[in-house]
Design a protein around this ligand. Structure first.
Ligand SMILES: NC(=O)c1ccc[n+]([C@@H]2O[C@H](COP(=O)([O-])OP(=O)(O)OC[C@H]3O[C@@H](n4cnc5c(N)ncnc54)[C@H](O)[C@@H]3O)[C@@H](O)[C@H]2O)c1
Length: 432
C-alpha cells in the first residue's frame, strides 16, 4: 500500500492523475469543472447519453452553469457512457442520486449500480470516493462489499473514502472551491490520499475520524435546515393568527449579534436535499431501535405548508367572491428556490396539483423553466397578468418583474415576502 499511496500522491501533485466523476448532474458537473481548473484531465461517466452528448458539445445543461463554463470543462474534460474507461482512471468520485423510493425509504439503486460498474473495472491503486448524500454506514456496508467482489481489498489494494458534497447550486458567494471539504477514510492512508486530492481544489479540508462521521455530518447539516425551516413555518402559522408579521419578527430577531440565525418560511420543502436526506437518518435509526422524532415532525410540518398555501389561495379568492373552481391562477416560480432551474420536489408543483384538483386553471411563469408538463412559461406582460383572478408567488427569482405584477394583478398571494419590496402596489397583496 505504501508504494501505491506514494505513486498516487505523485500523480496528484504533478496533475497526472486522471479524475473520473460518476454522475454528471448538479453536483458532478461543478466538481468536474473544479478539477479541470486545477489542471487535471477529467472524464465524466453518465448513463444518460443525451447528457453526455450535450456536455461533449459544450452545451449549457443547467441554467446556472453558463455555456462558457461548459466549454471550459471540455478544454480538459469529456463525458462518456463507456464505463470500461474507468479502468485507467486514478480517482473515481461517485455523485449519483440518492432519492427516496415510493415507500419513502432510501433508494440506493443508483449508488449500487455505480459501485457495480466500478467493481467490474477496478484496478489496483485506485481511489474511490462516494459524495452522494446518504445514511451513516453506506460506504462501508454497501460500496465496500460491492467493490470487493473484484477480489481487490479496500485499504490494501484500493483506497476508499466518503466526502459529502455541500454544493449550493446557484450560490455565487460559495462555489465548490470556497466550501470546506469534510472527509472520512476507510483507513489512515485512504484519508490521507483523499485529503491530498481535494486540497488541489478547495481552500480547506476537514478530516474526520471515520466515513460514518463524514456521512453523518452532511445529514446533520440538512436536518438542521429542515428542522429550523419547520420551526419558522409553524411560527408563521401561529403568528399569522395573532396578526403578527413573521417576516418583520425575523428581521428584528436577526439584529441579535449572537445565538440567532435567520430561517425563512415558505410554501414547503423543495429540492433534492431537504425533503429527502433527513429521512435517510430516521430510516437508519430504526435499525438501531431508536427514533429521530424531530426529523419526522419537521417533515410533517413542512409538508403541510403546501396544503396551507392552497387553502390561503381559496380564502383570498373567496374574499373576492370567487371560487377556486374555474378561477384562473398564475403561479410565479416553479423552481424550488430562487435563480435556479431545479424543479425536483418543488412545493410549487404540489400546490399546482392541489389547485388543479380543486378545479383551478393554472398557468405559470418561471424565467428558468421554459416548459412544464404540457404548459409553457407565459410571457410576463401587463396584458397577460391582467387575465388572472390571482397571482401566486412561490419562488422569488431575482429576474421576475414584481413591480409589473403589483401594478397589473388584482390579487397577489405572496409566499416569499417579495412583494414587500414593491412600492405602492395596486394589487391586493396577501402574505401567505
Ligand atoms: N443538487 C444539490 O444541490 C446537491 C447538493 C449536495 C449534495 N447532493 C447530493 O449529490 C448527489 C447527486 O445529486 P445531483 O443533484 O447532482 O443529481 P442529478 O440528478 O443532478 O445528477 C445525477 C446524474 O447521475 C447520473 N446517473 C444516475 N445513475 C448513474 C449511474 N449508475 N452511473 C452513472 N451516472 C448515473 C444521472 O444520469 C444524472 O446525470 C445526491 O446524493 C444528492 O443528494 C446534491
Amino acid at each position: 500500500m505504501k508504494s501505491l499511496i506514494s505513486e498516487l500522491s505523485n500523480k496528484i501533485k504533478t496533475r497526472n492523475a486522471q479524475i473520473g466523476i460518476i454522475g454528471m448532474g448538479y453536483v458532478g458537473i461543478p466538481l468536474g469543472l473544479e478539477f479541470v481548473k486545477a489542471g487535471f484531465s477529467v472524464i465524466g461517466f453518465d448513463k444518460d447519453k443525451k447528457r453526455v452528448d450535450d456536455i461533449n458539445c459544450g452545451n449549457q445543461v443547467m441554467k446556472h452553469i453558463s455555456s462558457d463554463l461548459m466549454i471550459e470543462f471540455i478544454r480538459n474534460g469529456k463525458a462518456t457512457t463507456d464505463f470500461t474507461k474507468m479502468k485507467t482512471i486514478d480517482c473515481l468520485i461517485i455523485c449519483v442520486p440518492t432519492p427516496l423510493d415510493k415507500h419513502e425509504q432510501p433508494d440506493m439503486t443508483y449508488v449500487e449500480s455505480a459501485a457495480n460498474e466500478i467493481a467490474k473495472n477496478l484496478s489496483k491503486g485506485q481511489l474511490i470516493i462516494l459524495e452522494s448524500t446518504t445514511y451513516p454506514g453506506t460506504t462501508r456496508e454497501i460500496i465496500k462489499p460491492i467493490l470487493e467482489k473484484s477480489k481487490l481489498k479496500a485499504g490494501e489494494d484500493f483506497f476508499l473514502a466518503y466526502s459529502p458534497e455541500r454544493e449550493d447550486p446557484g450560490n455565487k458567494k460559495f462555489s465548490v472551491s470556497k466550501i470546506p471539504k469534510v472527509m472520512g477514510g476507510y483507513s489512515d492512508n485512504c484519508l490521507q490520499i483523499t485529503g491530498e486530492l481535494y486540497e488541489t481544489i478547495v481552500s480547506e479540508t476537514v478530516k474526520v475520524s471515520s466515513m460514518e462521521t463524514a456521512e453523518s455530518t452532511k445529514l446533520m447539516e440538512n436536518i438542521f435546515r429542515a428542522v429550523n425551516i419547520a420551526m419558522v413555518n409553524e411560527l408563521k402559522l401561529v403568528l399569522d393568527r395573532m396578526g403578527v408579521n413573521i417576516w418583520e419578527v425575523i428581521d428584528a430577531a436577526k439584529t441579535k449579534p449572537f445565538g440567532f440565525m435567520p430561517f425563512y418560511p415558505g410554501p414547503g420543502m423543495g429540492g433534492h436535499c431537504i425533503p429527502i436526506d433527513p429521512f435517510y437518518l430516521s430510516w437508519k435509526a430504526k435499525e438501531f431501535n431508536t427514533e429521530a422524532r424531530f426529523i419526522e415532525l419537521a417533515g410533517e410540518i413542512n409538508r403541510k405548508m403546501t396544503e396551507n398555501i392552497a387553502h390561503r389561495v381559496g380564502k383570498a379568492l373567496n374574499d373576492d367572491k370567487k371560487s377556486i373552481h374555474g378561477s384562473k391562477i398564475l403561479v410565479v416560480g416553479l423552481a424550488y428556490k430562487k435563480d435556479i432551474d431545479d424543479i425536483r420536489e418543488s412545493p410549487a408543483i404540489k400546490i399546482i396539483d392541489l389547485l388543479n384538483y380543486k378545479g383551478a386553471n393554472i398557468d405559470y411563469y418561471d424565467p428558468f423553466v421554459n416548459t412544464f408538463r404540457d404548459l409553457r412559461s407565459i410571457d410576463l406582460l401587463a396584458e397577460n397578468i391582467k387575465k388572472y383572478d390571482a397571482v401566486l408567488i412561490t419562488t422569488d427569482h431575482t429576474k421576475t418583474d414584481y413591480d409589473l405584477i403589483g401594478k397589473y394583478a388584482s390579487l397577489v398571494i405572496d409566499t416569499r415576502n417579495i412583494m414587500s419590496h414593491v412600492k405602492k402596489p395596486k394589487a391586493r397583496i396577501i402574505m401567505a
